[in-house]
Design a protein around this ligand. Structure first.
Ligand SMILES: CC(=O)SCCNC(=O)CCNC(=O)[C@H](O)C(C)(C)COP(=O)(O)OP(=O)(O)OC[C@H]1O[C@@H](n2cnc3c(N)ncnc32)[C@H](O)[C@@H]1OP(=O)(O)O
Ligand SMILES: O=C([O-])CC(=O)C(=O)O
Length: 373
């Protein structure tokens, strides 16, 4: 009996959403190279592309932008929850619970999945930014309908419109996190969707899986590691020590990429740009990250272990003003697009996901009453 541990290399569905070439380090959304989308497009357009399968024309894009803008607001009971929940909660737990509350409120609503999806895509940043402020005792900032999705996310976080570089960096970072084929969180959301449960429950499964440090939680771990290292001179000893103790370098390694993750290449450029502009701590952390990249590739590259998306996104998110424990929730705010698109694609030709477990225990044991055991 061959068991594919971790379902490695097992195909669970056909898709027209995302293609990854893990040997050459290439990534395509609906056939378009991630490099072109990051350079020329924007979050709204790429989200439309992922959800509806084609680049929007002007009318379609303005309809989509308008829908997203309208849905940015949170119902009062969610804001109340964000105010009352403990201030030291993990942001991913807060996001998961807020989505659950939204699901209860929406449970009688039979709108199509894409419409419900748009609501979620739009509300995720508001939940994250509101909690980020409320836990510090600050007032929430209402969304600004004049701003793009990426600009508005940063605006709700710190109260002023981000400059052009930060706005573009945020936009690119969101695009790069939108989808990644059959990753653990997307699969988790499909398992739930395949039972014909509701979209909120499916998305909560995605959030729950993304939270883990082997998946979307690795960006937070990577930044903690850079801080712990403290200075580029300490990198070599730190990495050698980790590897000799069989510990992992967070932000390195990937199930599909056996070479450099293309998203890490793009994010590195933005991390460098922000480090140069911001200086200080960001610059130090960037120098440490560059050194970890060099030493990590020296020891792990021959085994196909390279920086992944979470490596430089950690510096980018930090430079954009997010506290480290918020990073996975920022990631989720983009990945929700992919979850929704995969759910819609899967449900069209649904089959409940129910693999098997190979039984290794004994059978036919004689039941012994408790007094005789
Ligand atoms: C958005 C994302 O989810 S991207 C991934 C984010 N996760 C991380 O950055 C966490 C660190 N990386 C990892 O743990 C892994 O590379 C994963 C989880 C991403 C992929 O895991 P898998 O494909 O199952 O590979 P697996 O865990 O079997 O590792 C294969 C070998 O490479 C080693 N390895 C993998 N990643 C690393 C790493 N980051 N540092 C050191 N060694 C590593 C493993 O120890 C293992 O060695 P062994 O064969 O001697 O036991
Ligand atoms: O694809 C994966 O296994 C992990 C993931 O979500 C990503 O890299 O964005």
């Amino acid at each position: 009996m061959e068991i594919k541990k971790g379902l490695e290399d097992v195909y669970v569905k056909e898709t027209e959403i995302t293609y990854i070439d893990g040997e050459l380090g290439r990534l395509y959304y609906r056939g378009y190279s991630i490099y072109d989308l990051a350079e020329f497009s924007n979050f709204e357009e790429v989200s439309y592309l992922i959800l509806y399968g084609k680049l929007p024309n002007k009318e379609e894009l303005s309809w989509f932008q308008e829908k997203l803008r309208e849905e940015r607001y949170l119902p009062d009971f969610i804001v109340k929850f964000l105010k009352e929940v403990r201030k030291d909660a993990q942001p991913m737990d807060v996001l998961r619970t807020a989505v659950s509350l939204l699901g209860i409120e929406d449970s009688k609503n039979d709108e199509p999945l894409d419409v419900k999806g748009i609501k979620l895509i739009s509300k995720f940043p508001t939940i994250v930014a509101n909690y980020a402020r409320l836990r510090k005792g600050l007032e929430v900032i209402d969304p600004d309908p004049k701003l793009s999705h990426a600009e508005n996310f940063l605006y709700m976080l710190y109260g002023n419109k981000p400059n052009e570089i930060k706005a573009k960096t945020m936009d690119v970072a969101l695009i790069l996190h939108i989808d990644h084929e059959m990753n653990a969180s997307t699969f988790a959301s499909l398992v739930v969707a395949s039972t014909l449960s509701d979209i909120y429950s499916s998305i909560i499964a995605g959030i729950s899986a993304l939270k883990g440090p082997l998946h979307g939680g690795a960006n937070y771990e990577a930044l903690k590691m850079f801080k712990e290292i403290g200075s580029p001179e300490n990198v070599n000893d730190y990495i050698l020590n980790k590897l000799s103790n069989k510990q992992r370098i967070m932000g390195f390694g990937h199930r599909v990429y056996k070479t450099y993750d293309p998203r890490a290449r793009i994010l590195k450029q933005y991390a460098k740009l922000l480090a140069e502009k911001e200086g200080g701590e960001i610059n130090t952390l960037y120098s440490i990250a560059e050194k970890v990249e060099e030493i990590g590739i020296k020891y792990l590259g021959s085994r196909g272990i390279y920086p992944n998306v979470d490596f430089f996104s950690s510096i980018v998110f930090y430079a954009l003003g997010f506290e480290p424990d918020l990073f996975p929730a920022v990631f989720a705010s983009a990945r929700v697009v992919g979850w929704v698109a995969h759910i819609i694609e899967y449900i069209k030709d649904n089959k409940i996901i129910r693999p098997k477990a190979y039984y290794k225990g004994e059978i036919g044991k004689k039941y012994i009453p408790i007094d005789s055991r």
